[in-house]
Design a protein around this ligand. Structure first.
Ligand code: CTP
Length: 218
């Protein structure tokens, strides 16, 4: 398969030295890209700024902002059979980006934020026969929000996890996820490494593609 994977946070600049971002380390998305490449798939990884080495045998496209990530996804999507959106795209960005460093002054600073583009919603109409996989990182029980996102964003699967738990959340090597399928199936996976989670997700994708193409043996 040709797979498009996104990973990491995006950064939305406020001035030349400051930005709005989030705690995503990129580990889950990089693990997915590595696992897919190790299974022989052709992988394009669109990555926000992270402190991880590029995975072997993967074409890496680096972006900073949500708008850049949207542009990169749009230009790579046509050549791919599946999209795995593991990136933690920033939901807001400063309305004004100062050309010079904003100087400290007495009193509060109010920054007006506007929504960034929701990448999955934006490309929903270009889905065609492609498989789309999303991630839902929630605080607390992730399943209700994940189910809603699965429908709203036109996904085939969503990987839900509770990032408020310090042992399976941001910047750690383990994960405990629930895979929700668009047909309503719900698979609770045990706690395992992000590498193992990624390998299992790739196997699920392979099965889904096989089922889609008529269940041909192989
Ligand atoms: N996503 C996206 N574009 C955005 C934000 C999120 O494509 N601007 C994708 C993520 O990559 C993920 C899925 O949507 O696969 C769910 O992301 P999440 O941050 O959990 O949901 P949001 O839609 O941002 O909703 P909320 O922040 O309110 O939970």
């Amino acid at each position: 398969m040709r797979l498009l994977v996104t990973a990491g946070p995006t950064r939305e600049p406020l001035d030349p030295v400051r930005y709005l971002s989030n705690r995503s380390s990129g580990k889950m998305g990089y693990a997915v890209a590595s696992a897919a490449a190790a299974r022989g798939h052709a992988v394009v990884l669109i990555s926000g700024p992270v402190a991880l080495p590029p995975p072997p045998d993967v074409r890496l496209v680096r972006v900073n902002t949500a708008a850049e990530m949207l542009g990169a996804v749009q230009s790579e999507l046509a050549d791919c059979e599946a999209l795995i959106m593991a990136a933690a795209v920033a939901d807001w960005r400063p309305v004004f980006i100062a050309g010079q460093k904003i100087k400290k002054h007495a009193g509060n600073l109010t920054v007006e934020l506007e929504p960034t583009a929701d990448i999955l919603r934006h490309i929903k109409s270009d889905k065609g026969a492609r498989l789309f996989v999303g991630f839902a990182a929630e605080t607390g029980d992730p399943l209700p929000a994940a189910r809603a996102k699965l429908q709203a964003k036109g996904l085939d699967f969503i990987v839900a996890n509770d990032v408020s738990r310090s042992d399976i959340g941001f910047d750690v090597d383990h994960n405990q996820v629930t895979l929700l399928h668009v047909d309503g199936r719900t698979d609770h996976w045990p706690k395992m490494t992000k590498k193992e989670t990624a390998e299992r997700l790739i196997r699920e994708l392979e099965l889904a593609v096989k089922a889609q193409s008529g269940g041909a043996a192989g």
